[in-house]
Design a protein around this ligand. Structure first.
Ligand code: SAM
Length: 288
């Protein structure tokens, strides 16, 4: 279970899709002043160095953030991609060639307003202390933030419903443990009992394995059973093979108004810029 370290994958194409979708959701939700509870059930270490031994071993960011940043000037960027790149280039201690990559905890923290709350959960015995020290290094303003070394699948329900009845919940397991597919569905089912109007943002890998292939259908069935609107955004950068990650998707339950319009501008560009050997593809659909 603890073999997965996000440091090996930070800034890859899946992070690019996930983090652009996440930032767009928050931006749209911030159109209302009501306090927002931001929850990250699988937080990771929070900030990554793309020059460290983890990132250098896999070099996945060269097919993700580094490629996007390099080619950005040659394209007319969408607002979503521009905002994401600006945030990354303006990170503290960032270098010209992008040495630092922000994980979802940093993005959530950076997006927080004074009235918002942030809850971060991470179970890995090494990533948890890294997350804590990375957050401490940010010299946090007086904000309502809790970081817990806990099982995010189980801990989530304790925070639901948020006092303001507005919340965004990112569920981003690695799925290296095949039980994660079931756990995501179970956590959602439990969460809906307490807070069915929350915005749930779920990342998933697109793999040839059956459990992975089935997963979007199972999410769709769950949403139909609970009569909840959903949005699905998928991005493939190269042909899907038995090894490595070529594609991934985001499933957003109760998607914020205009998320689809925003992603409709981002996804074709991401496909064009990140694809390898012309094998890129994107897919965007929603049901209200
Ligand atoms: N959300 C992060 C981001 O976008 O930067 C990446 C998260 S990574 C894909 C998944 C993380 O979940 C890993 O750091 C792993 O240690 C952690 N993890 C695995 N099982 C967990 C569980 N049951 N509860 C909380 N964290 C868990």
């Amino acid at each position: 279970m603890f073999s997965y370290r996000h440091g090996f994958h930070a800034g890859n194409h899946a992070d690019v899709l996930k983090h652009i979708t996440l930032l767009s959701c928050i931006e749209l939700l911030h159109k209302k002043d009501t306090p927002l509870m931001l929850i990250d059930t699988h937080a990771g270490a929070g900030i990554y160095n793309l020059k460290d031994r983890f990132a250098q071993t896999s070099d996945e960011s060269s097919e993700g953030i580094l490629k996007l940043a390099k080619q950005a000037n040659e394209h007319s960027l969408s607002d979503g991609i521009r905002a994401y790149l600006e945030l990354i280039t303006q990170l503290p201690n960032q270098t010209k060639d992008i040495e630092i990559y922000p994980g979802s905890p940093y993005l959530l923290w950076q997006s927080m307003r004074s009235q918002d709350k942030l809850r971060l959960m991470e179970l890995h015995p090494s990533d948890f202390p890294d997350l804590k020290s990375n957050l401490e290094s940010l010299r946090l303003r007086r904000q309502d933030i809790k970081v817990e070394e806990t099982n995010g699948f189980l801990a989530l329900k304790a925070y639901l419903p948020p006092p303001s009845r507005r919340g965004l919940i990112l569920i981003d397991p690695s799925y290296e443990d095949k039980g994660d597919y079931h756990q995501v569905l179970q956590s959602l089912q439990d969460a809906f009992k307490r807070f069915s109007t929350g915005v749930y943002v779920i990342w998933y890998p697109i793999l040839s394995r059956l459990d992975a292939k089935d997963f979007p259908d199972r999410l769709k069935k769950l949403c139909l059973e609970h009569q909840l609107p959903w949005l699905q955004a998928e991005l493939r950068i190269k042909e899907v093979t038995e090894s490595g990650l070529s594609a991934s998707g985001m499933w957003v339950i109760n998607p914020p108004w205009q998320l689809k319009e925003s992603l409709q501008k981002d996804l074709p560009l991401l496909q064009e810029i990140l694809q390898i050997d012309g094998a890129g593809h994107y897919h965007l659909q929603s049901f209200e």
